[in-house]
Design a protein around this ligand. Sequence first.
Ligand SMILES: [Zn+2]
Length: 885
Amino acid sequence: MFQSSTAPNRKVAKGKVLDPDIDYSKVKSVHSISSWWGIGGIAMILLIGNLTSYSNSHLPDALRNSHLASFPNAFIAERAYKDLKILNDFGPKPTGSYANEVLAVDFLLREISYIEQLRNKNQNLQVDKQIVSGGYVGVYMNKSATSVYRNVQNVIVKLAGKNSDQALLLNCHFDSVATSPGASDDLSGCAVMLEILRVLSRQSEINQNSILFLFNGAEETPLQASHGFITKHRWAKEVKAFINLESAGSGGKEMLFQSGPRNPWLIEMYAKAIMYPFAQAAAEEVFQSGVIPSDTDFRVFRDAGGVPGMDFAYTANGYRYHTKYDSIDYIPMAVLQRTGDNILSLTRTMANSDKLGQQGQNREHTVYFDFLGLIFIFYSADTAFMINLSVVLLSIIIPFLSLARLGSTSGSHGRQIRSETMIGFVATFLGAGVGGVVCFLLAYQLDLLGSSMSWYSSTNLVLGVYCCPALLSHCIVHMLCGNVFGSKTTPLSLALKVQARLNGVNLFWGMITLGVTFTGYRTAYIFMILIFFSLLSSTLISMFAVQNSVHKWLFIHMFFQVFALLWSTQFYHMMLNLFIPITGRIGASINPDLIIGVMANFLTLLACSYMTPLLFLLKKVDKLVGELVAITLIAFVLASSTHVGFPYRDDTLRSPSVQRHYITHTLRTFHDYSGGVRKTDSGFLLQELDRNARKTIEGIAMPDNITPMREIPACETELFCAIPFYSIWHQVLFENYWIPGPQPLVHSSVRCLLRRKEQTSRHEHKLQLQLQGDHQSALVIGPRAGATLQGWDIVDELADPIEFNGQRGYFVLIATGSNPGPMNITLQLKHEIANYDGPLVDITVTTTFWEHQKHFTPVFNKLLTRVPSWAHVVPSVAAVNGYTF
Ligand SMILES: [Zn+2]
């Protein structure tokens, strides 16, 4: 089918004696390398991929209470697990719930008091329960929102150090989202912290610096309790650095995914202390680019507290994140042992370091990464620049000189090597592009066939559906480039030709490395390391002068490719393990197959680019091509026509990967300008969280029809369509659907009363409002045409308005820990008409009742029974009250 470019060269090699150093009998044998070696190469990639997958998920053995005698100062996972179990069994703990505000807080205080009783007499331990109110303006996904918290709770323990004014902060949150016990997010962080406190408080030596343990009770609301601590607590000023324990998955290895800002000493501490490293500077750049729809308290400590720190999170099994499956059933004790060993050691190191008090002096960025969890490497961004530049230049120059010096002195030999290098470069470049286009078209086609996200549960389908066609494209482009650009009369032996083309691959990654380096991204190290292994092999090939002894140079090349593959396939697992579950919660507007397809093409290139030019050594390339085509076809059939390609799984096999749904039974009451009730209606709002959700939503709604939220009749008359938004980011960006239905049971909701309305100048007016009710709620304040909001007293600054339904409104989230009484709000509005006496502003107040199952109506319960077992629903009840003042 495709002609390998080897045929004409064989004639040339036979016809002329070109170089006395070349053993042409060996060169000839090259042509007869069986095509099975091609399959062997692919098998090798898969095998190494399995090894890195194992290393990605391998955890140390957990220590039990029985180990205490032998390891008195060690982290004992069994004790942490006991705490985790108790917190887990309280069930879901949204802020404001009894489980969060009473059960969890009481447990923490009780456990801490036991720890205090058993502490070493040298240690000084202070405990404080902070009940705090406040607020801040946050911007997420380019949407601005004001976050207000009222009486949320923090439990804080101070283990005093010799320096009483310098402290390291450890932070976790014990609240969870509705329906989820939050075992991984983030009770495991709290259980680890309790055990660290237990261990450190029992040692006789006093630490140099104090350690603050912050167990915060309002993170999911979002990021409120940590804000209350860092801006208002009396110990906050002592904090010089922090360690934040979080989760975006369920179990696995905790990853250092953010550090700083800058402050390279933090990474030095990590390198010194950590027992099982798992950290990538690239992850930090990906996270801070905002493509991951999550955030952590790291942002609050950094921005509101001005404190540097490190952010750790579990990233495996993101399917279970924020679902009922984030429970202790899926957290083995070994997870706690690994995190505990690491964080205990890091805490000890930081708490006894002089550097804690000197943070912020060195403002350099650090490049850091681990290799299979075995070694951890870090250096400054300036050093990275020199390293990247040197590795790139050497990796291109050494093989070039090594190959060119073998030729005749006429100079044409060097030119041939150069032109073959360029062919290697162009083929890699075009192969990457063509592979991308092919994956793009396949992604488009699968989506069109209704087989979107076929790899969601059967993640290995990515290999067949995208990696295989990507590799096929790379191979075909290499062959075509060889045929089109390759000289038919080249005097080069095939061995030299293939090595020159491999140097073209160096040139390709070299340009990417330098491009990424010059744009200031540290992520360039990923490509630099890949080139580094190639540099090692070409240096050895040159040193031993085995350029023409095919089996020898090939052996050296493949030996270093084993390391290159160990390096590149770890990114395959890291990226896909992270992003595949995320496609289940990014809404329906983006085709997720495009994301995974393009990613698979990139990862295939990363893993296989130094193998593809070896194709020319094979006897029959057609066979390899045929096999890749066959694998692709089989994968396509599996993806589009069998259960393997069905995206979701329930928990029968104890590995749930469910489709996510939020269904809100809603009661809406609209008031007119005079305060009377103008209209009421009710129904269900269903949120579309992934590409396939609409189909499921239609099934749940049957026999009723669903209406997209932007098309419901209320959009013509009400602010923001009177949608019960409880969070602005996802709900506004995603599509939601409305089904009219009977009213839910609502015992109480937040009401907005106009206390006073006065004109303060010709154009200015002041409104005093009072919110009554104590639940999690959200306000949308929409000034009417001609009016603008000039100021308010909700928080210190006025947020930017956001747009929805062609209207502009200010979004305010209010989370309440325990009932603090009515909330008074003053708004200053300006109207373009002097002495205007009409309505100035529309206000919508949404009260959301989470964990309200006991009060669901039979109709709502019936609707929920129609949710398939492979789907996970977060049901809630909401009351929307609309006002005009
Ligand atoms: Zn969390």
